[in-house]
Design a protein around this ligand. Structure first.
Ligand SMILES: Cc1cc2nc3c(=O)[nH]c(=O)nc-3n(C[C@H](O)[C@H](O)[C@H](O)COP(=O)(O)OP(=O)(O)OC[C@H]3O[C@@H](n4cnc5c(N)ncnc54)[C@H](O)[C@@H]3O)c2cc1C
Length: 439
């Protein structure tokens, strides 16, 4: 009997997990094609909602999915481990040891063979060499970062409440660097959840007066990649939420006391979030000679194959893929929508690869962008022929559409029936729980 064809997907995020699920459903566990998903963690968070975890609206643990369970239900294998190196000659990846939180080794370093390798390990915050960012600011790259921020936020509020009780000034100052979607969404969410937090026993803290939220953005306006109209609407909503937006402020240093800008301003901060840009994980720069761009992303062609090895594909945030239909040299933006569509294409590409047919090319269909501004509001633009180009939407309808991105992701993993029951279960549980996470 021929050896099975080994497809290894590296990274179980917004792109990798739906792809593993589709391929696992198609080929099953014991067929001639073996699908293996590798991730450094044992559970899958939905990254676009990390700001809700940071602000305390969402309890990450109750939303995270266990990779081994999804693998069991969908006929693929799951291997936990972090990519450390690649040997293209041997067609093997090297994975680091898996350690328990206490530091004890659970799994030793291992090697894993592949016939086709698909890399989708996402992105990390890019500090652009600004001093103090790594040490004093939190970048929302992983669920641990979001939870760390949330714990610090609660501690800062409790301390401020005690100060206020003693009659001293109680201000908690949060500075968010970067007014892209992450920074804007976090600011709006924080304004609402800190109000709720204060309602649960912080009797001396007045959230409207004592919690100061500032966004610093180097560009002349917020949400630089989105249209002017969306930025104007979002700025107005932030103003109503009493978020201080400072555009044209380039941050030059972060230290224990706060944030300094090129214009010589100093912003005192109890908490600093760095949301000013992303880059690909550094491990990709040393992957056995694969081509990377200045942001460390793997360079791929329109079929999503890497330029120097057709057996290796890359997609999602970690890949620089050409945006067909745009001027030459323009690459696709790092968005969940892009990763999801690329995963759908790759499910077809693997079928073509195994049949020896030419591989399809990726064409992005931009349905628009939405930015959440708290529990009840969002703003953004819908794109497409149906709306005659681009349409500004905001309010509850926009918020419902924003939520549907997560629901679509869940449906691609669990199917409609499970997601309906899960949603109903959560709606019922919400009646019995505090509105925000209190620990
Ligand atoms: C706060 C926030 C809000 C966002 N909001 C939106 C939004 O509203 N709309 C939108 O379209 N996009 C949004 N994004 C961007 C979106 O999350 C990403 O574009 C999307 O998650 C990219 O998918 P991906 O599969 O490439 O990577 P990810 O979803 O990041 O998944 C990468 C996976 O790789 C794993 N991994 C990383 N390194 C290694 C390694 N060395 N070895 C093994 N595994 C590894 C990780 O554990 C992870 O599971 C947001 C991002 C953030 C942080």
């Amino acid at each position: 009997m021929d050896a099975p064809h080994r497809i290894v997907i590296l990274g179980g995020g917004a792109g990798g997990l739906p792809l593993a699920t589709r391929l696992g459903d198609r080929y099953g566990r014991n067929g001639p094609v073996h699908v293996t998903l590798v991730d450094r963690n044992a559970t899958h968070p939905w990254k676009p909602l990390l700001h809700e975890v940071a602000a305390g609206r969402m309890d990450a643990e109750s939303h995270d999915l266990d990779y081994p369970a999804i693998a069991h239900w969908h006929g693929f294998r799951f291997v936990q481990g972090s990519l450390e190196a690649l040997d293209r000659g041997q067609r093997e990846i090297a994975l680091g040891a898996v350690l328990a939180p206490e530091g004890e080794e659970i799994l030793p370093p291992r090697r894993l063979g592949y016939d086709a390798l698909i890399i989708c390990i996402g992105s990390v915050g890019n500090d652009f060499g600004v001093p103090g960012v790594m040490q004093w600011a939190i970048s929302l790259d992983m669920h641990e970062d979001a939870e760390r921020f949330h714990r610090r936020l609660l501690a800062a509020c409790v301390r401020a409440d005690a100060r206020a009780a003693a009659g001293s000034p109680a201000e908690v100052s949060i500075v968010i660097i970067g007014a892209g979607a992450t920074g804007v969404e976090l600011a709006a969410e924080l304004r609402q959840t800190t109000r709720a937090h204060a309602g649960y026993g912080l009797e001396h803290l007045d959230p409207a007066r004592d919690i100061r939220i500032t966004i610093l953005e180097a560009a002349p306006r917020i949400l630089p990649p989105l249209s002017e109209e969306v930025a104007v609407a979002a700025t107005e909503l932030l103003r109503r939420l009493d978020v201080d937006v400072r555009a044209g402020e380039r941050v030059t240093a972060v230290d224990v006391e706060g944030v300094r800008t090129a214009a010589g301003e100093f912003f005192r901060a109890d908490l600093v979030v760095w949301a000013a840009g992303i880059r690909a994980p550094p491990v990709l720069a040393e992957l056995d000679g694969l081509e990377v761009n200045r942001s460390g992303q793997l360079v791929v062609g329109a079929t999503l194959q890497t330029t120097r090895d057709p057996a290796i594909f890359a997609f999602g945030d970690c890949a620089a893929a050409p945006w067909l239909g745009q001027p030459e040299g323009v690459i696709l933006p790092p968005r969940a929508q892009v990763a999801r569509q690329q995963a759908s294409l790759l499910a077809k590409s693997i079928r073509a690869l195994l049949a020896g047919r030419p591989l399809p090319e990726f064409r992005f269909r931009d349905f628009g962008s939405l930015v959440s501004l708290g529990e009840m509001s969002a703003v953004g633009s819908l794109m497409g022929r149906l709306v005659g180009g681009s349409l500004l939407i905001q309010g509850l309808i926009a918020r419902a559409m924003y939520t549907s991105l997560y629901k679509m992701h869940q449906v691609s993993i669990h199917g409609v029936v499970r997601v309906v029951f899960d949603t109903l279960g959560r709606l019922l549980r919400e009646r019995l729980e505090p509105r925000v996470k209190l620990h």
